[in-house]
Design a protein around this ligand. Structure first.
Ligand SMILES: Nc1ncnc2c1ncn2[C@@H]1O[C@H](COP(=O)(O)OP(=O)(O)OP(=O)(O)O)[C@@H](O)[C@H]1O
Ligand SMILES: [Mg+2]
Length: 482
C-alpha cells in the first residue's frame, strides 16, 4: 500500500516537473542557473561597450549596440523592458531596462547582452563563449554595425530639398522640407517585370560601393524616366527615393544662373540622395539657357560631386525624340524606363488602389477597349476614379466612356453608342454642378470628361510613343560589366 502511494506521488511530482519545465518560466530559470554555473568555470569572455570613452566622448559603438539590441525579438523575453514611442507616429521602440539581459545567436553561437548601469555610467556587456570568440566576434560586430545602420536609415526622416535663392540667413542654396509623398513602389501601376528589374537594379547599386571604388568611378547610378504626361514618372521618383530611404534634391535647371552655380549646387548635396532633374527635354530644347550644354553634361556625369559617394540621378522627359544622343550615352544614363499610357494591367492596379476592386463585371469591356490601344494616362484614369470613388460601377462606366470618347479623332464624345452633338458636349464640359444623366454614365460627380480633367489638372499628353507596356533598358553600364 505504502509502496503504491509513493509510486503515485513520485509519478505526480514527475508530471508536475515536466509541465513546469515545458512552461517557459521554469526553462528560463534553469537556463539562467546553468549559465551561472558555467560562468564559475570561466567558460565565457566578457566585452564591455561603455557609453563614453575615457575622454568623455560619446562611444559610437554604444549607440549602434543599443539600436541593435532594441531590434532583437528576444528583448520581449527580458524581465524588464521600456516602451517608448518612436520618431514616426506609429512606431514603438522597446529598450532593455538597466541590468537586464537579452540573448542573441549568431553563426550558431549563443551570446548575451547586459545593459549595466552603475552610478549613471551605462555599459553594454557582451558575453560570449571563449570557444566561439575567435570565430564570431569580428563578424558579429560587423553584423551589428550593418543592422543598426540599416535601422537608422529606415528611421531617418526623408527630406525634399529645393533651390532657394537669396537665403540671407543661410549659406546653403538648398531649403528642405520633410518629404512625405505617399507614393511607394507598390502603389505605382506599372509592368511588374519592369518594377522588379528596377528594384533589383537599385539593390545591386546599393551593394556596389567596393566595385565602383575599385574601378575609380563615381558611385552613382543614373536613370532616365520618359513617357507621356501623367504616366507616373514623378511619382516613381518619390517611390524610388522611399525604397532607398534617400533624400531628394530637386534641381530646377531654369533657376540656375550659370555653370559654376550648378557646380556649387551639386557640391552641396549630401551622400545617399536622389538628384532629380524634371523635364530635361524641355530645358534642352529651349533656345537660350543660362547653362552651357557641356555644363549640363558635366553635371550629369557627377564629376562635381564632392566625394563621388552614393547618389542616384534621375532625369525625366516626356520624349527623347529630339535629344542629343550624347545625353543618353551609356555611363551618363545607366538605365532608361519608359512610362506608357494606361493599359489594362495598369488599369487593374488603379482600380484596386483607388476603388478597392479586384474584379468587376465591366472589366471585360474595359479590357476590350484597351485592346484597341491605350488612349488615357494613369493620371487621367486615376482622377476619374477619385471623383467617382463612391460608386465603383459609375467610375468604371465613366472610364469606359472616357476611353471611347478619347478616340483622338477630334470628334465629339460617344455616349451609349451615339455621338454627342457639339452643344451637348460643351454642356458636359460646362456643367460642373448640373446633373446630366444621358445613359446612367454621367451624374453629378461624373460629368468630368477627359477634357475637363486636362483643364483641371493641366495634364497634357503627347500622342506619340504609344507603346503599351513599361520598358526597362540597361545602357552599357558599369553593372553590365560586373
Ligand atoms: N503609373 C501610375 N500609377 C499610379 N498612379 C499614377 C500613375 N501615373 C500617374 N499616376 C497618378 O497621377 C498623378 C500624376 O502623376 P505624375 O505626376 O507622377 O506623372 P508624370 O509622369 O510625372 O507627369 P508629367 O510628365 O506631367 O510630370 C499622380 O497623382 C499619380 O498618383
Ligand atoms: Mg512629373
Amino acid at each position: 500500500m505504502i509502496w503504491s502511494n509513493s509510486i503515485v506521488a513520485i509519478f505526480a511530482v514527475a508530471v508536475i516537473c515536466v509541465i513546469l519545465y515545458r512552461s517557459i518560466s521554469l526553462r528560463y530559470v534553469l537556463r539562467r542557473w546553468w549559465r551561472k554555473f558555467e560562468g564559475l568555470f570561466h567558460v565565457y569572455q566578457l566585452y564591455k561597450v561603455p557609453e563614453y570613452n575615457e575622454s568623455f566622448q560619446e562611444n559610437q559603438l554604444y549607440q549602434k549596440v543599443s539600436t541593435y539590441v532594441s531590434s532583437l525579438s528576444s528583448i520581449e523575453d527580458s524581465d524588464f523592458a521600456n516602451l517608448f514611442s518612436g520618431k514616426k507616429s506609429n512606431e514603438i521602440s522597446v529598450q532593455l531596462d538597466s541590468n537586464q539581459t537579452v540573448q542573441d545567436s549568431f553563426l550558431g553561437a549563443r551570446v548575451s547582452w547586459k545593459n549595466e548601469e552603475k552610478a549613471e555610467f551605462k555599459t553594454f556587456v557582451l558575453k560570449i563563449r571563449k570557444k566561439d570568440k575567435r570565430r564570431i566576434l569580428r563578424p558579429y560586430l560587423q553584423h551589428i554595425h550593418s543592422v543598426s545602420e540599416e535601422i537608422e536609415l529606415r528611421r531617418k526622416e526623408m527630406k525634399l530639398y529645393t533651390i532657394m535663392k537669396d537665403q540671407r540667413w543661410s549659406k546653403s542654396p538648398w531649403r528642405s522640407v520633410p518629404f512625405t509623398h505617399p507614393a511607394n513602389l507598390e502603389t505605382i501601376a506599372m509592368d511588374n517585370e519592369v518594377k522588379t528589374k528596377v528594384k533589383s537594379d537599385l539593390e545591386s547599386f546599393l551593394k556596389s560601393k567596393q566595385f565602383y571604388h575599385r574601378l575609380g568611378r563615381v558611385w552613382k547610378r543614373s536613370y532616365l524616366l520618359y513617357g507621356p504626361s501623367g504616366t507616373g514618372k514623378s511619382s516613381f521618383v518619390a517611390a524610388m527615393a522611399k525604397f532607398l530611404s534617400y533624400d531628394i534634391y530637386d534641381v530646377d535647371l531654369s533657376k540656375v544662373s550659370d555653370n559654376s552655380e550648378l557646380k556649387l549646387l551639386l557640391l552641396q548635396t549630401s551622400s545617399r540622395s536622389v538628384i532629380l532633374v524634371e523635364d530635361l527635354d524641355k530645358f534642352l530644347n529651349e533656345k537660350s539657357t543660362a547653362l552651357s550644354f557641356s555644363g549640363v553634361l558635366n553635371f550629369m556625369d557627377g564629376v562635381f560631386s564632392c566625394c563621388g559617394e552614393e547618389r542616384v540621378m534621375v532625369f525625366t522627359m516626356n520624349s527623347k525624340d529630339h535629344i542629343d544622343p550624347s545625353i543618353l550615352r551609356p555611363g551618363r544614363i545607366d538605365a532608361q524606363i519608359y512610362f506608357p499610357l494606361c493599359d489594362f494591367t495598369a488599369f487593374k492596379t488603379l482600380a484596386n488602389n483607388y476603388l478597392g476592386l479586384k474584379d468587376h463585371k465591366l472589366f471585360p469591356q474595359v479590357e476590350e477597349i484597351f485592346q484597341h490601344g491605350a488612349t488615357l494616362s494613369p493620371a487621367e484614369i486615376g482622377e476619374i476614379m477619385i471623383v467617382n470613388r463612391s460608386s465603383p460601377s459609375r467610375a468604371l462606366k465613366t472610364v469606359i466612356t472616357a476611353l471611347q470618347t478619347n478616340g483622338s479623332d477630334g470628334r465629339p464624345p460617344k455616349i451609349s453608342g451615339r455621338r454627342l452633338s457639339e452643344s451637348e458636349t460643351s454642356k458636359e464640359i460646362r456643367s460642373g454642378d448640373e446633373s446630366v444623366d444621358h445613359s446612367g454614365v454621367f451624374c453629378r460627380e461624373s460629368v468630368h470628361t477627359v477634357r475637363e480633367f486636362r483643364k483641371l489638372y493641366g495634364l497634357f499628353r503627347m500622342k506619340s510613343g504609344r507603346k503599351s507596356a513599361n520598358a526597362f533598358e540597361l545602357n552599357n553600364s558599369v553593372e553590365k560589366e560586373s
